[in-house]
Design a protein around this ligand. Structure first.
Ligand code: NAP
Ligand code: F7E
Length: 350
């Protein structure tokens, strides 16, 4: 039985990845932060009581800021694969908390890689790198595009990217960077723009709010569907050689287009509800991200299956259903049609 350690298991990607690996028969270990309230909502449907025989999901308290704990865990668990998904992952927040973001999102990677090196175990390491590395570089962006980070978050991820590369070269570790473009789902955190929009659409339909306040509507992103992207993480670790690879759809849309598509799908006119609040502008913006994922296609045979329009519909359907409203249903229908069997009825949290 293969054994995986996932940092950031309570996040959007971590929860889908844990589900996928359990489905494939892995023993899965996850790092969770101690909080005064439960922070495992995205894992509730796969949580297993550790007292029950045959349990394959184990959660361990720890933090990417705590090197000693990371070293002990790596040594005790001896994982075959490590997925480092833990991070302060919000770009806007990183301008407010640059030092903390550098510590967790950047230095946390040095701590984990050192834990692997010192333990002497043979493991494969995945680093959650980001299209934010490209920042101001003009689109399309591929593995050979120069990095031009535009935020403390991106600067921290840049350090993490190069540390991963350095440990591969210096110590012959199987360590890879998945350079993932934005990927979304009904489990996306509520303050990222896509989920902020689809959640507001559902609440406006239900009569719970009237206005949605947003920042820059002209930024363009290459938005994909998160469950497909966690499949790529596993493909990268199972590849014969360690490769850094860009993952994205090759289609970019503006925030404005996401707004229009979401509101009109729910039968609403966005102009009556959306207002601009400059507090959501960023000191430096990333204007246009568009993936050239030809290496992923060639190397991994990976092609995205869910389109932009389907992604919007999946998210709006799920947010409406979560409020007890009957969704139009085209998003859920697309999910079934595209064969997300391993997670189809668990796409929403819990
Ligand atoms: P997310 O939902 O924000 O999840 C982040 C995870 O990191 C959570 O489990 C969080 O725990 C954990 N975490 C935060 N600070 C930590 C610390 N000090 N020690 C240990 N764990 C900590 O992020 P995501 O969207 O799933 O993204 C996963 C990873 O991919 C992140 O590294 C992100 O930067 C990167 N990435 C994401 C995208 C995207 O579009 N989603 C694209 C490229 C790269 P709590 O639940 O306790 O907060
Ligand atoms: O912003 C604009 C905002 O916060 C997208 C993270 O997962 O993907 C994510 O980073 C765009 C930006 O994601 C609001 O200015 C307008 O241009 O959803 P976001 P992000 O910054 O692209 C990358 C790949 C990661 O690696 C990150 O971890 O939307 N925008 N109005 C807004 N954004 C937010 N959050 N809120 C607004 O009201």
């Amino acid at each position: 039985m293969s054994r995986a350690l996932i940092t950031g298991i309570t996040g959007q990607d971590g929860s889908y990845l844990a589900e996928l690996l359990l489905h494939r028969g892995y023993e899965v270990h996850g790092l969770i932060r101690r909080a005064s309230t439960f922070n495992t909502q995205r894992l509730e449907h796969i949580y297993q009581d550790p007292h029950v025989e045959d349990t394959r999901l184990f959660l361990h308290y720890g933090d990417l800021a705590d090197a000693g704990r990371l070293t002990n865990l790596v040594y005790e668990i001896q994982p075959d694969e490590i997925y480092n998904l833990g991070a302060q992952s919000h770009v806007r927040v990183s301008f407010d908390m640059p030092e903390y973001t550098g510590d967790v999102t950047g230095l946390g990677v040095a701590r984990l890689l050192e834990a692997v090196r010192r333990s002497g175990i043979k493991t494969r390491y995945y680093q959650a790198s980001s299209s934010e590395l490209f920042g101001a570089a003009p689109p399309p962006q591929s593995e050979s595009t120069p990095f031009m980070p535009q935020s403390p978050y991106a600067a921290a991820k840049l350090y993490a990217y190069w540390m991963t590369t350095n440990y591969r070269n210096a110590y012959n570790l199987f360590a890879v960077n998945g350079i993932l473009f934005n990927h979304e789902s009904p489990r996306r955190g509520e303050t990222f723009v896509t989920r902020k929009i689809t959640r507001a659409v559902a609440r406006i339909r239900k009569g719970l709010q009237k206005k949605l306040y947003l920042g820059n509507l002209e930024a363009r992103r290459d938005w994909g569907f998160a469950p497909e992207y966690v499949e790529c993480m596993t493909l990268l670790l199972q590849h014969d050689t360690p490769e850094d690879v860009v993952i994205g759809t090759g289609e970019s849309r503006s925030v404005r287009e996401f707004v229009e598509e979401s509101f009109s799908y729910a039968g609403l006119d966005w102009r009556e509800h959306v207002e601009i609040d400059p507090r959501y502008f960023r000191p430096t913006e990333v204007d246009h991200l568009l993936a050239d994922a030809s290496k992923a296609r060639r190397l991994l045979g990976w092609e995205p299956r869910v389109t932009f329009r389907e992604l919007v519909r999946i998210m709006v359907d799920c947010d409406l259903a979560a409020l007890g409203e009957t969704p139009p249903g085209a998003g859920v229908h697309a999910l079934r049609k595209k064969g997300f069997g391993w997670t189809a009825n668990r796409i929403t949290p819990g």
